[in-house]
Design a binder for this molecule. Structure first.
Ligand code: XIL
Length: 306
């Protein structure tokens, strides 16, 4: 069976992959997406620079392609990403007025999340992507500098209004052991959710290097303590051995919040691409299929433990 079929047999919903028009149009890559993956996340096409390059001027060509392909092929979709300091057009980063920035965030979210209303499982949905520093404090960005932590509430409230069924995720990297950043994430999530649940899930990107997988279980367990569902959203492991991948998969398989317990609670691992040749970290061969779209030892290892 395929990787996704094995994962689903454990009560997990999907093993997914990042994709977009460029990688979908590569025949060997598309065949693997169809056969081995149950869901997709737009790698770049739903980001702010792609969807609203100029204020009020929306471009959904790339994200429509991804969403249409996924819908036609029965793949679940996680959105990515509504508010992020990176791949952000300069017209947004130049805003210094609170009311203007609030309204710009709200307009962006109502247009992007509104366009795909009802079609997305989650808007990692990275709703808010990468808001923390390594010490767990709020990262400096136009959003935090102008609005403080309140921008998180503004963004999640706007996303909930635009699409009441999408699971709203906060997403970050280096949440790979029970470290200060994990503690910072727990603090922010608990604080934002104290007035009512706005954040449904925490996405841990899980961009690792070989030998770093050992802390993932502790991190996921700690994050699950918030009562949020947990998803591994951008998995890749530089120079990975089979056992690195197995350690990460087991951490999700072993964690209730990462397991489907009720229909609304779906476990999820997303690989950040299919084959090494198309990876954003291509030189470190971090994915499950090689430069020739052949399965690697890590792929076979995952099938053997599931
Ligand atoms: C990366 C894409 O893979 C690249 O193609 C792009 O040039 C830069 O962004 N964290 C995220 C993802 O949330 O959106 C990033 O994706 C990788 C890091």
């Amino acid at each position: 069976g395929s990787l996704n079929a094995k994962f689903v047999s454990h009560g997990k919903k999907f093993w997914a992959s990042a994709a977009d028009q460029g990688t979908i149009n590569i025949a060997s890559n598309q065949a693997l997406l169809k056969a081995d993956f149950g869901g997709v996340t737009p790698e770049n096409s739903m980001k702010w620079d792609a969807t609203e390059p100029n204020r009020g001027q929306f471009n959904f060509a790339g994200s429509d392609f991804l969403v249409n392909w996924a819908t036609t092929n029965g793949k679940l979709i996680r959105g990515h990403t509504l508010v992020w300091h990176s791949q952000l057009p300069s017209w947004v980063s130049q805003i210094s007025d609170k009311n203007t920035l609030t309204s710009v965030i709200q307009t962006h979210i109502s247009n992007v999340a509104g366009r795909y209303k009802g079609k997305l499982y989650g808007m990692s949905t990275s709703l808010k992507n990468e808001i923390l520093n390594e010490d767990g404090s709020l990262r400096s960005s136009v959003f935090s500098n102008v609005l403080g932590q309140q921008f998180v509430n503004i963004a999640f409230t706007a996303a909930r209004a635009a699409d009441s069924t999408a699971k709203l995720y906060i997403n970050d990297y280096n949440l790979d052991s029970n470290n200060a950043k994990v503690q910072g994430m727990i603090r922010v999530v608990n604080s934002v959710n104290s007035g009512g649940k706005l954040i449904d899930g925490i996405g841990t990107q899980t961009h690792l290097s070989a030998g770093q997988a050992g802390g993932v279980q502790a991190a996921i367990t700690a994050l699950a303590g918030t009562g949020c569902e947990i998803a591994i959203t951008e998995l890749d492991i530089a120079g990975a051995s089979a056992s690195d991948y197995e350690t990460v998969a087991k951490a999700c398989l072993n964690t209730a919040a990462c397991v489907r317990r009720v229909p609304s609670q779906l476990g999820f691992i997303t690989s950040w691409g299919v084959a090494d040749v198309n990876s954003w970290r291509a030189s470190s061969n971090p994915l499950l299929f090689d430069n020739n779209y052949q399965p690697k030892a890590a792929y076979n290892g995952l099938l053997s433990i599931m």
